[in-house]
Design a binder for this molecule. Structure first.
Ligand code: ADP
Ligand code: MG
Length: 240
């Protein structure tokens, strides 16, 4: 579903993505872990082309990423993204946040978009907040709306960039539960997170990144109990 081959990216002299090869199969859940500055966010942003790359290629469902224009809007719809900060439209209601993309980009009717939005808001447990504005919701509720908003576009893959790291501890589980449910429904997911519980429950693979490179790729159980690289051992020693 997603293929990165020989991807290189620099910011000036800083080599942020070093020869990244990564294949994510349909329905697979890949957790990306690594220290701050490893290039995890840049990797996510490259996949929905919020960043350009210098070399290599990125394919989504076998197709190269579009460079500009209408294709780019469609790509952003195909690649759902959930950020650390909730990024909802502050001046739109919860329901409008979820229906806007489907109406504008997917050309759905308002009625159709609203019916689907209500179904998704129900699924993520915030249906009763539909008429409220984002600021009236807790962080955990906002993040669940952000997930519903991305899902409303019927994405081919969902990217999560540290979706729970800005949340109060008691709200982390409600967001992770929604993500686990999504994984169980067969969504293809790339998830940047240090939540070991999520990785162990839902991930097929863990990709450990440091200094712009993929250092090791392994299964979650092995990664958390017996990682191969010294970099991973050192990192886990600091977070666990
Ligand atoms: P991570 O998400 O793993 O913490 P990032 O992908 O955000 O890492 O950043 C990787 C490196 O690139 C860091 O050193 C960061 O400071 C740098 N970086 C990120 N975005 C930019 C930018 N727009 N311009 C210059 N440097 C950047
Ligand atoms: Mg980041």
């Amino acid at each position: 579903m997603v293929r990165l081959a020989g991807v290189q990216k620099h910011y000036g002299n800083l080599h942020v993505l070093k020869d990244i090869d990564l294949d994510v199969a349909r329905g697979e859940v890949v957790v990306v872990i690594g220290p701050s500055g490893a290039g995890k966010s840049t990797l996510c942003r490259a996949i929905n082309r919020l960043e350009t790359i210098d070399e290599g290629e990125i394919l989504l469902d076998g197709q190269p990423l579009p460079q500009e224009g209408k294709g780019l809007a469609r790509l952003r719809a195909d690649v759902g993204m959930v950020f650390q900060s909730f990024n909802l439209f502050a001046h739109k209601t919860v329901l409008e946040n979820v229906t806007l993309g489907p109406i504008k980009v997917r050309k759905k009717s308002k009625a159709e978009a609203e019916a689907r939005a209500k179904e998704l808001l129900e699924r993520v447990g915030v249906a009763h907040q539909a008429a409220k504005y984002p600021a009236q919701l807790s962080g955990g509720q906002q993040q669940r709306v952000a997930i519903a908003r991305a899902l409303a576009m019927d994405p081919k893959v969902m990217l999560f960039d540290e979706p729970t790291s800005a949340l109060d501890p008691e709200m982390i589980k409600e967001v992770l539960d929604v993500m686990v449910d999504l994984a169980e429904r067969g969504m293809t997911m790339i998830v940047v997170t240090h939540e070991m519980g999520f990785a162990r429950t839902a991930a097929n693979r863990v990709v450990f990144m440091a200094d712009g490179a993929i250092v090791e790729t392994t299964n979650p159980e092995k990664f958390f109990t017996n990682p191969e690289s010294d970099r991973a051992k050192d990192f886990l020693g600091k977070i666990l």
